[in-house]
Design a protein around this ligand. Sequence first.
Ligand code: CP
Ligand code: NVA
Length: 308
Amino acid sequence: MKHLLSIEQLSRTEIEGILQRTAELKSNRGKISAQPLAGQTWALIFSKPSTRTRVSFDVGIRELGGETIYLNAADAQLGRGELIKDTARVLARMIHGAVIRTYAQSDIEEFAEFSGVPTINALTDDEHPCQILGDIFTIIEKRGAIDQPSQGFGLAGKTVITYIGDGVSNTARSWLFAAGKLGFELRIASHKKYSPKKKLLERAGGRVSCTDDVATAAKEADVLYTDIWVSMGKEAEEARREAELGPYWINESVVKLAKPDALVMHCLPAHRGQEIDEKTFETHAQTIFDQAENRLHVQKAILVELSK
Ligand code: CP
Ligand code: NVA
């Protein structure tokens, strides 16, 4: 594995390898461990705000022996129009890897191609692979057989994950590709305008259904998952999205339709009263904040894989 640019580009074996290493790194955190990034400096290049991703990568790289440089893309010459391919070739002379949060997926692909240094997608408009890998790890940790990869980490076959909200967001899209790779059932409940296009569903493969009826999608689900209605970069559509996505939220009556022990998950940040209600959020806060913590562990696993 040279880069981690999307779930789409990962094989099932690579995903399983990352998840297994995540378990090892999580249980060994704080004990003396290998420092595969010793002597390395990684750049964190962000064009959008971040709390979890920025901090978890910064901490994770340091725990693996490396150093970090944070670069707000707007403050770099990138913000004044320097080309990505030139920036990439300059930074490649100085850094050992890059973690990038930006808009277009093609920008991160271009950076990876021209820099040649390991490049990680820390969120684009298309995908949020580190988030979904951390979320899958969280589900397995709470419900599945992490030591039995051949059995699909407990996510294959019977597991039903229901995504409620903006069905064309970066997280929804990463879930789509994860379903195609791992074999669990994915249901997406969204307004028809925010439902993935047929072409994308065909490209992702897997057992995926889309509906505009939340109750149908939530019935007997193992996991109810949501993300904000207005992703970064979509602020101009805020009023329209809030009106159209109004019914697509997780609340107590939706939770009652799922399995009694269903996990309620949120990638955060949360907007109470929009994609989730306050009571449901707080009832499931343990899962949601475990999800946030697992970003650190899964990203360390990705960094280790890329340093090989
Ligand atoms: N979930 C997530 O990626 O959070 P940040 O935007 O805070 O990084
Ligand atoms: N879909 C959200 C995820 C935030 C972590 C966004 O892109 O803003």
